[in-house]
Design a binder for this molecule. Structure first.
Ligand SMILES: [Zn+2]
Length: 306
């Protein structure tokens, strides 16, 4: 028996389609990508699991939106969990981080987050205006929060199943398409089975977390939907990538202004900036600061000089 058939294709996103029904789906498995997030900080277990589910959800949603730029999902809490952030780009590069305080060993998801907000940002990254939606958190899991958000903002009915542990994060999404959609092939002259959506959701509800985390996409789909005709598309890779850079940090310091930068450097040797996502440290000494502002002086637009 070939063991490769029994483990999920690592760090991949699979899209699938019900051939006879207007339903589409996606499956994501995060392995090395997820561990790259975890090895950079020591997250408490419950926070780690919530963040893993949010990471899987971000990939599923980014794939659904077919966006070019990046999607940022944030859970902002006023409990012990202050902030969870996951960013996923249209080409499936992912990064994530979290802020919390105190002991997270006790309490449910809702208690740890308290009265919170869920923020979704779509940044086209082409200079265009980002879209941001902010709602109060409704739900006692990442999947519920996402579903509630989507039921308010999207016309398409969407359901999510998510799971995460210290090694893997995974998720499945089902979306009910309009009968007239392009994805629902035009050969369907017959009205589809009105009960198909409900049945697909009920079957997906039987999924156990271990199955979602550990089964390959093909096996999982066959197990759930062996009576349906499903088209499973080729996998797309998902990788960990942090978009921080020394240049971006320098730009941020330039925006702080020379006075502020000089006053920090009057007290210490270096300005140290630390990326929350990947743990990369960037150091700027007095010479670096000098160069940074010399560069900046070249830049101001000519209309400001009269
Ligand atoms: Zn970084």
């Amino acid at each position: 028996m070939n063991n490769m058939n029994n483990i999920p294709q690592p760090d991949s996103l699979h899209r699938f389609l019900f051939e006879q029904e207007p339903i589409r789906g996606e499956l994501v498995h995060l392995d090395a990508t997820w561990r790259s997030v975890l090895e950079r900080h020591d997250y408490p277990e419950i926070l780690r699991n919530i963040m893993g589910e949010l990471a899987a959800a971000a990939v599923l949603l980014a794939a659904t939106l077919k966006l070019k730029g990046s999607l940022v999902l944030q859970i902002m809490g006023n409990g012990a969990v202050k902030l969870l952030v996951v960013e996923c780009s249209g080409d499936m590069q992912l990064r994530a981080t979290a802020k919390w305080s105190g002991d997270l060993s006790q309490g449910s998801f809702a208690e740890l987050i308290g009265n919170g907000q869920f923020v979704i940002t779509l940044d086209p990254k082409d200079g265009g205006q980002p879209y941001q939606g902010i709602v109060d958190i409704e739900g006692s899991s990442v999947a519920e929060i996402m579903q509630n958000y989507m039921s308010h903002s999207e016309q398409l009915e969407t359901r999510l199943w998510l799971a995460a542990d210290g090694k893997h994060a995974a998720g499945m999404l089902l979306q009910k398409l309009p009968d007239t959609s392009k994805e629902y092939a035009d050969s369907h002259a017959e009205p589809h089975d009105a009960d198909a959506w409900r049945r697909a959701v009920i079957l997906a509800d039987t999924l156990k977390a271990e199955e979602l985390l550990l089964l390959p996409a093909k096996t999982l789909i066959q197990r759930l939907y062996h009576e349906d005709d499903i088209r499973l598309f080729d996998a797309q890779d998902v990788i960990f990538h942090c978009s921080c850079s020394r240049d971006n940090v320098a730009k941020m310091l330039q925006m702080l202004g020379r006075e502020e930068v000089d006053s920090i450097l009057a007290e210490r040797e270096n300005i140290e900036v630390h990326c929350e996502f990947c743990n990369q440290r960037y150091e700027f000494d007095k010479v670096d600061a000098e160069m940074m502002f010399v560069d900046a002086i070249v830049l101001p637009p000519s209309e400001s000089r009269h």
